[in-house]
Design a protein around this ligand. Structure first.
Ligand code: F6R
Length: 610
């Protein structure tokens, strides 16, 4: 997850402030770093691969003196970690750093190449530097050039720009789920991708919203819309203690992690989707011959990761047409599984330290299966022992109940399913392109779904005193129902059951009583009618229905007491989108009840005993 820092002031401390800020952003994970400072009116850029110590030692030899500069930690999305791909990117007199993903990167790159631009990196951010440079060459000032350049960008991004020819300002812009804030000082200003980064310098901040541009000068900050209309944004005074600072201004880690999901997903898919027509998954070292001869795939996981596995099975069987089983890791060894060297075993684990998942992986590997782990933690036991690893780049998950790692695991499984299908030659190029395009759109839809926060809070208030909840779903909606019920149990200690909606009549219907809240995952068009008929059965018996549906659905309000509308999307993505309001529902009910959301009683983040 990339990090942005910027400084403009009177004393020559740009380099030191930027390095200090980058250190504070290290927790986000990165693979290279760089900075640009205007020294004696000239842009000076230093970039290095690996940890910040490398950048620091490069600067120790040739320190940069200057009062204005920008710095960046990069987590590779377009192009491998390398000095050329590290930010800042320079074109003409302009230097740019950026977070996020430019979706029309390929088209823009081709257009710019056609106009004679030469690229030094594989990144999408370099495109932005050339677009701005083109506008500068037409005589526009820096602010106007940035405004004109970003009109060409589709995607979600936050950028910061400096320019030799306009040495008195930093220009920043934001769109989509990449935060950027300004810290206001006396005659000096600070830019960063989160508030804690600038807290040692100032507690007065301005937060840039989507589709806004900021011009930052020593004496103050102007914010305008992308179209140029001035915005009077109030400053915020930050009073956090150090622990609150770590939470980035959110009340709890879990809330922060729910809101980090657009970034967790885009960081997980970004490096693997640099091309429009193929997936870059060389890291998982799949041999095409082995994949063609596969007899089956076995997923093993616990808890929330098992729910991701249930979605993974649907994805793998539907997309790659390979038989796929998914087992609770704790049960796997005890059913004498039939794995051979022609099977692939996929353990899924956020921590990489879950004892049952490790045990299941070792058992499957001892039977001859090749293992491909999905994991979020480098150097964990599972990643050390597996034959290969697909890392989810969700960043550290502190809340004990998993949120962003679940959605990152689902997109990881989706990418693996597509890779398997490609290696088996059963995906047409058009289908693959469509899948890639849809995956790239997902972070933005997740961002939009986060807007449901207050709506779901109001629904939570209505049902906060319910003693039991039922969650129902079918197809991709079934694992979502299980996950919604698990989150509610864990966080709020309210009894909740998740069921395949078709199973309702085979037992759980006996539970339905006056006012029992039943959450119906109904945003899957292929099973909508069936799921909604369960809603009717619930209401006929006095239960209260909360339906998660696609935006634009005009029918659900006839069958539900409360409706939560998520963006319309392909069904597999719909599962990710429907999960988010259910995480929110659990979170709100828990906070209203006053339970410890980040550390629910009796639970541990890594379950290292069987
Ligand atoms: C639930 C939750 C747990 C974990 C499970 C597996 O919110 O977090 O159910 O998913 O303990 O943990 P990992 O993924 O670390 O193997």
């Amino acid at each position: 997850m990339c990090g942005i820092v910027g400084y403009i002031g009177h004393s020559e401390r740009a380099q030191d402030v930027i390095l200090d800020g980058l250190r504070r952003l290290e927790y986000r994970g990165y693979d290279s770093a760089g900075l640009a400072v205007l020294q004696d009116g000239k842009l000076r850029v230093v970039r290095t691969v690996g940890k910040l110590v490398n950048l620091e030692s490069a600067l120790r030899d040739v320190p940069l003196g200057g009062t204005i500069g920008i710095g960046h930690t990069r987590w590779a999305t377009h192009g491998k970690p390398s000095e050329q791909n590290a930010h800042p990117h320079v074109a003409g007199t302009v230097a740019v750093i950026g977070n996020g993903i430019i979706e029309n990167f390929h088209t823009l790159r081709e257009e710019l190449s056609g106009r004679g631009c030469e690229f030094k990196s594989d990144t999408d951010t370099e495109i932005i530097s050339h677009l701005i440079d083109e506008q500068r060459k037409q005589g526009k000032g820096l602010l106007a050039a940035v405004r004109a350049a970003i009109q060409h960008l589709d995607g979600s991004y936050a950028i910061a720009v400096i320019d030799e020819e306009d040495p008195e300002e930093i220009v920043i812009a934001k769109n989509g789920g990449n935060p950027i804030i300004v810290g206001l000082g006396e005659g000096e200003q600070f830019v960063a991708s989160d508030i804690p980064t600038i807290l040692p310098y100032t507690r007065t901040v301005l937060i840039l919203h989507d589709e806004e541009i900021g011009r930052i000068r020593r004496e103050g900050v102007e914010i305008t819309t992308f179209e140029g209309a001035p915005i009077a944004r109030e400053t915020r005074h930050i009073q956090w203690d150090p622990v609150q600072a770590e939470k980035g201004g959110y009340d709890r880690f879990m809330q922060k992690e729910i809101f980090e999901q657009p970034r967790a997903i885009s960081d997980t898919i970004g490096p693997r989707l640099q091309n429009e027509d193929r997936i870059d998954l060389d890291e998982i070292e799949l041999d095409p011959g082995f994949v063609r001869n596969l007899q089956g795939i076995q997923l093993v996981a616990c808890g929330t990761a098992w729910h991701a596995g249930l979605l993974g099975r649907l994805l793998i069987e539907r997309i790659a047409r390979i038989r796929c089983d998914v087992d609770l890791a704790s049960e796997f060894r005890y059913r004498d599984p039939l794995l051979t060297a022609e099977h692939m075993l996929i353990p899924i684990s956020q921590s990489g330290e879950t004892a049952d998942t490790i045990g299941a992986m070792r058992h499957g590997m001892a039977l001859g299966a090749r293992s491909l782990a999905i994991c979020n933690v480098h150097e964990s036991t599972i990643t050390r022992e597996a034959n290969s690893v697909f890392y989810t780049h969700a960043g550290p998950e502190i809340g004990v109940a998993s949120s962003k790692c679940f959605t990152a695991q689902v997109v990881a499984l989706h990418l693996i399913a597509l890779e398997l299908a490609s290696l088996r030659g059963i995906l047409t190029p058009d289908r693959l392109r469509d899948e890639i395009e849809a995956l790239r759109r997902l972070p933005r839809l997740v961002e939009e779904t986060l807007g449901l926060w207050s709506h779901v809070e109001a629904i939570a208030r209505k049902y906060v005193n319910a003693r039991d909840f039922l969650f129902l779903g079918r197809g991709y909606g079934f694992p979502v129902a299980l996950e919604g019920a698990l989150k509610l149990k864990e966080l709020s200690y309210v009894h909740a059951e998740g069921y395949a909606s078709g199973e309702m009549k085979h037992g759980p219907i006996a539970l339905i009583d006056d006012g029992l809240p039943v959450v119906i995952v109904a945003n899957q068009p292929s099973v909508y009618q069936k799921v909604i008929s369960n809603a009717q059965e619930v209401r006929a018996r006095g239960g209260a229905v909360i339906a998660v549906v696609e935006q634009g659905n005009r029918d659900a309000s006839n069958h539900a007491d409360d409706v939560i509308a998520v963006p319309a999307a392909p069904e597999a993505h719909g599962a990710v989108l429907a999960t988010i309001p259910l995480q929110m529902l659990a979170y709100h009910i828990a906070t209203m009840k006053g339970t410890d959301v980040d550390q629910p009683r009796n639970l541990a983040k890594s379950v290292t005993v069987e």
